[in-house]
Design a protein around this ligand. Structure first.
Ligand code: MSP
Length: 516
């Protein structure tokens, strides 16, 4: 059944250009979006940037730039990289847009109507990097943020507060719902946090110009998280030009999944649903908190000088290599380590040798022995061992993808390709063909392997769409209308379609020490 499916990346801070971490989340979301489209669903894929707050204000100041100009500059870098990575997003949210401001005001008036806002005093230790008050003893002297390794700043100011504590029971119920928080380890972490009792949190700031004004409170701007989370709603409204919070305009809401890093899970699994409940809106269906990437065992950071620039990685390995490695080698949900040697080895082994060579040598044999046509009528191939293998691997791929276990889905593809390679080696058609009476048997074998390649090409699509298209093009398949339901049955490769001349679909990456 065709379903509406709304998926979001986090809205990235524009304090700096995109890095490998933001690329990772976005590539994962793109794979899910493509997977859902191939399943026949109507997908709304949102990404965008989080542009307000002290962190951005200070960054712009340090560059002597007007904050809006600074935001525009960094936003362009995100859009540029997402295009280079072939991210199939439908909408790009900017929290400095007029439409978003209007939505924040409408939402706030709903929260006010629920009597969930009051003026209070907030004092405590604040991390500008996280844009968050930290749980440290007030009397601590110069505490450090465990994430940013920077000194926290003491704050004591009058803020508007949101009555989070009022939603204790509802949030407690929600976070226990099966599938709301994944993976399981993170669910437990949130259950533990909520069980200690929710405290109201401040939703406005004084003395901060770079934010959305709070109606009725002249000196206050909205706390950047209150504003940013609402970007998910402003991006999903039907009419982007005249944003109105009505039932009709919210037909893409709630989001089916917010994919985020583990660092911002509380905001998404606790604060955000409570804000929505207060406004009388539906809560998201699920939140997935993935792990963090390190590089060669070390946290990436400017001070260590080991930040891996995604643009440089793209130039070195190419888009398919980058997407494949990140989704195939790193357990989604767990922390993962980027290793250059492994990156090169995995890509060369999986994409060049196992898949690329399989396609190349089979097309070469087919053309040599059977000229333009793909051999054999497809009905004859129904008992192929590769048919059985592909059916098993398709099921494994689908189930793993639904669990967001990209690694296991990728393994299923490689498993099928390995089987096809083994099959060729066992059958040795290059020997059989020497006796002309074996021609029909050889035809059947070649057909089976080419058909496996077609299925591999389709299954690769959400993970490495560019490579998938190159593979299917060699098999002369129109890629514009592919969907899983109609394209994954065995025997659909049409013998009359012919094959393109074989050219390598993936070039090897040369390993050199310290390439980037
Ligand atoms: N602006 C907020 C999100 C607001 S959503 C309404 C924010 N932005 S961020 O740019 O700092 O980080 C966004 C996300 O980037 C993190 O949650 C995580 O998904 C990703 N990553 C940042 N560094 C990362 C790694 N080193 N590894 C993997 N992902 C990490 O928080």
């Amino acid at each position: 059944m065709n379903m509406k499916y709304t998926i979001t990346t986090p809205l990235y801070y524009v304090n700096d250009k995109p890095h490998l971490g933001s690329s990772y989340t976005t590539i994962a979301c793109d794979a899910i979006a493509r997977f859902e489209r191939l399943n026949g669903n109507t997908v709304l894929f949102l990404t965008g940037v989080d542009e307000h707050g002290q962190k951005i204000e200070r960054t712009a100041e340090s560059k002597n730039l007007d904050p809006q100009l600074h935001c525009d500059e960094i936003t362009e870098k995100y859009k540029y990289l997402w295009d280079k990575l072939n991210i199939s997003y439908d909408r790009f949210v900017r929290t400095t847009s007029i439409e978003h401001t209007s939505l924040v005001h409408q939402f706030y008036s709903k929260v006010l109507k629920s009597d969930d806002v009051y003026m209070g005093r907030q004092s405590g230790w604040y991390c500008v990097g996280c844009e968050e008050y930290k749980d440290v003893e007030d009397k601590d002297k110069s505490p450090i943020c465990s994430i940013h390794k920077k000194e926290l700043e003491w704050r004591d100011e009058e803020n508007l507060f949101f009555k989070l504590s009022k939603y204790q029971d509802q949030i407690e119920k929600l976070i226990h719902v099966d599938g709301f928080i994944s993976p399981k380890s993170r669910k437990n972490e949130i259950i533990n946090f909520v069980s200690k009792g929710l405290r109201d949190f401040s939703i406005s700031r004084v003395n901060l110009k770079w934010g959305i004004n709070v109606p009725g409170n002249k000196d206050h701007t909205f706390y950047v998280w209150f504003d940013a989370l609402l970007g998910y709603v402003s991006g999903s409204l039907n009419d982007q030009c005249s944003p109105e919070l009505t039932e009709k305009s919210l037909s893409n809401w709630p989001a089916n999944i917010h994919v985020i890093g583990k660092d911002i899970l509380r905001f998404h699994a606790v604060y955000w649903p409570a804000m929505l409940l207060s406004a009388g809106m539906k809560t998201p269906r699920s939140v997935f908190g993935h792990g963090f990437l390190t590089r060669e065992g070390q946290k990436m950071g400017k001070s260590l000088g080991n930040v891996l620039d995604p643009i440089e990685l793209l130039e070195y390995g190419g888009i398919d290599a980058m997407r494949w490695y990140l989704l195939r080698d790193i357990e989604f949900g767990e922390d993962g380590d980027f290793q250059m040697r492994r990156f090169v080895d995995i890509v060369n082994s999986d994409l060049c040798n196992t898949i690329g060579n399989l396609l190349n040598r089979t097309i070469t044999m087919s053309k040599k022995w059977f000229k333009e046509n793909i051999p054999i009528d497809n009905t004859l191939s129904s008992d192929s061992t590769l048919k059985v293998k592909s059916e098993i691997m398709i099921i494994e791929y689908m189930e793993s993808f639904k669990d967001r276990n990209f690694k296991s889905s990728a393994n299923a593809i490689i498993d099928l390709a390995n089987s096809a390679n083994l099959y060729l080696n066992d059958r040795a058609p290059w020997k059989l063909i020497k006796d002309i009476s074996n021609k029909n048997i050889v035809a059947l074998d070649i057909y089976s392997v080419l058909e496996s390649c077609r299925i591999i090409g389709i299954l690769l699509n959400p993970i490495v769409p560019n490579l998938s298209n190159r593979i299917l093009k060699q098999l002369n398949i129109d890629t514009s209308n592919i969907n899983f339901k109609d394209s994954l049955q065995w025997g659909l490769l049409d013998p009359n379609n012919g094959l393109q001349d074989p050219t390598p679909v993936m070039n090897k990456i040369e390993f050199n020490e310290d390439p980037i």
